[in-house]
Design a protein around this ligand. Structure first.
Ligand code: CA
Length: 495
């Protein structure tokens, strides 16, 4: 069996001289050598800021860098041709490509319309705080720069359930749009803020059948154009889950293809919210394990006060290992972003060992942890702040060890406040496989662990953590493995 290892192939501030699609083409071979089997690429659609947009403020889903819209033909990441080349280059190296799908909202409309709305309480969106009145809102999308190519669908006020800007009043608020599909918001899984259907920009109205059908047609076009292997679904907790189920069933049936799908459902307070979403979607998609990320973040902050024996407690990977995409950070949690909670640098190698070298979960590594990143943005006080994210030393070795050695039966020793470990026994398919991992958030650590009698008499060395020891496995298949203080050691057979 192949161990899947994904990479989120971007971050919010990607600013290298080479545009991202070109970089992916150039790096595809290196990613393959590292054992990467899947790449999540950012939204490829023309968005409101044209060549500057991250893609999450999407304007035209049919413009992958092909039309002169929003003052640019290419997107921030390059042209449509380059996007298609990047997908091909990755796939030729055996790397699956996941496209990022933004279904919650649209931005940068072409025309104003008169729209009947009610204001809602921003802290409790279930509560109206005004009667119905009319505003001028940017809710009509005609895409004049595309001129009807691929689709002549026009989005208007009946395609949205809410918006946040009244042009005539010059007012920012959360306006619930009154249309024929019912008063107020759609039912969504999240009850945060009363109802969390509305997130930003103009919120797509999935009660409108024409919208549902258009997005299915678009999905067909997108796959037929690009041939991706799967999807990362943005902001699913703000979208009616019955539509995502319908869309995924449609795509899988239409193309008879088992697309890999992972949803972004950002939950930090209670893993029950992730588990109930799996029930709502009946296992049609994996979810990012935001709870595990949150534990990593806390562990990084708390140092040796964090109880490592609890690191997997109340996470998704604990209860649903096959549906859990594990990660350390992403483009929202990186410094200066909306959900900033960057796992401290000292803890990142430990966190990566916990997602890459265990049996449970499908790990997704974050671009800056491989390449580093430097950028400037405003902080909460509006001051410019320089950020440097240094890459994680040993990460490419760890992904290779995942591919080559992290196989077979797992034995857990997650039983101590500061020092935990586990072993993988290895299997026949992968010669010399088997690995022992020890990590400590406190002092130098050691762990007596069983790795299996098949390794009796074999010498193990540390491939990652800088231990010079040689460890011999005894006749019963046990050995004492070590790690340095605040560090992780990854023991593999000496050649
Ligand atoms: Ca929504």
């Amino acid at each position: 069996m192949v161990n899947q290892t994904f990479i989120q192939y971007f971050h919010w501030y990607y600013n290298e001289e080479q545009k991202l699609w070109q970089k992916a083409i150039q790096e595809s071979g290196k990613l393959q050598e590292m054992g990467i089997t899947g790449a999540w690429l950012p939204p490829a659609y023309k968005s409101t800021e044209g060549a500057d947009s991250t893609g999450y403020d999407c304007y035209d889903l049919y413009d992958l860098g092909e039309f002169d819209q929003k003052n640019s033909i290419p997107t921030r990441h390059g042209s449509k041709d380059e996007y298609l080349q990047a997908i091909n280059a990755l796939q030729e190296k055996g790397i699956m490509v996941m496209a990022d799908i933004v279904f919650n909202h649209k931005a940068g409309a072409d025309e104003l319309e008169k729209v009947a709305v009610r204001r809602v309480d921003p802290e409790n969106r279930a509560e109206f705080i005004s009667d119905v009145f009319e505003i001028e809102a940017w809710t009509k999308f005609t895409f004049p720069g595309r001129g009807g190519k691929y689709s002549d669908f026009v989005w208007d006020k009946n395609c949205f359930s809410g918006t946040d800007w009244a042009e005539d009043l010059k007012e920012t608020a959360i306006f619930s749009i009154q249309n024929e599909y019912g008063e107020g918001w759609e039912e969504v899984p999240s009850s945060e803020l009363g109802n969390y259907d509305y997130l930003m920009f103009s919120d797509i109205e999935f009660r409108n059948k024409a919208v549902r059908e258009e997005l299915k047609r678009w999905g067909e076009w997108y796959y037929e154009t690009c041939g991706m292997d799967g999807f990362r679904l943005d902001a699913v907790k703000h979208i009616a889950p019955d539509y995502l189920n319908e869309w995924l069933d449609h795509m899988r049936n239409k193309f008879n293809k088992d697309f890999f799908v992972v949803g972004e459902n950002w939950v930090l307070d209670d893993v029950a919210n992730l588990r109930s979403y799996i029930d709502l979607t009946e296992g049609r998609m994996q979810l990012f394990d935001s709870m595990l990320h949150h534990n990593f973040y806390q562990a990084g902050l708390q140092g040796d006060q964090y109880d490592m024996s609890k690191i997997f407690v109340d996470t998704l990977v604990e209860s649903h290992p096959h549906l859990s995409v594990t990660f350390v950070d992403n483009h929202d949690s990186q410094p200066l972003q909306s959900l900033e909670a960057y796992v401290d640098f000292w803890f990142r190698p430990l966190a990566y060992a916990m997602i890459l070298l265990r049996e449970q979960g499908i790990p997704c590594i974050f671009y800056p942890d491989l390449y580093g990143a430097k950028y400037v943005d405003k902080d909460h006080e509006g001051q410019d702040r320089d950020v440097e994210l240094v890459f994680v030393e040993g990460l490419p070795q760890m992904t290779q060890i995942r591919r080559d050695f992290a196989h077979g039966f797992q034995r857990d020793y997650i039983d101590h406040q500061n020092c935990i470990g586990w072993t993988r026994e290895g299997d026949e398919e992968h010669g010399d496989s088997g690995v022992a991992v020890v990590l400590s958030n406190g002092e130098e650590g050691h762990k007596n662990m069983e790795i299996g009698k098949g390794h009796a008499g074999q010498i193990f060395i540390d491939a990652i953590g800088g231990r010079e020891d040689e460890v011999m496995v005894n006749e019963e298949g046990w050995a004492e493995f070590f790690c340095n203080a605040g560090s992780v050691s990854v023991w593999i057979r000496k050649k």
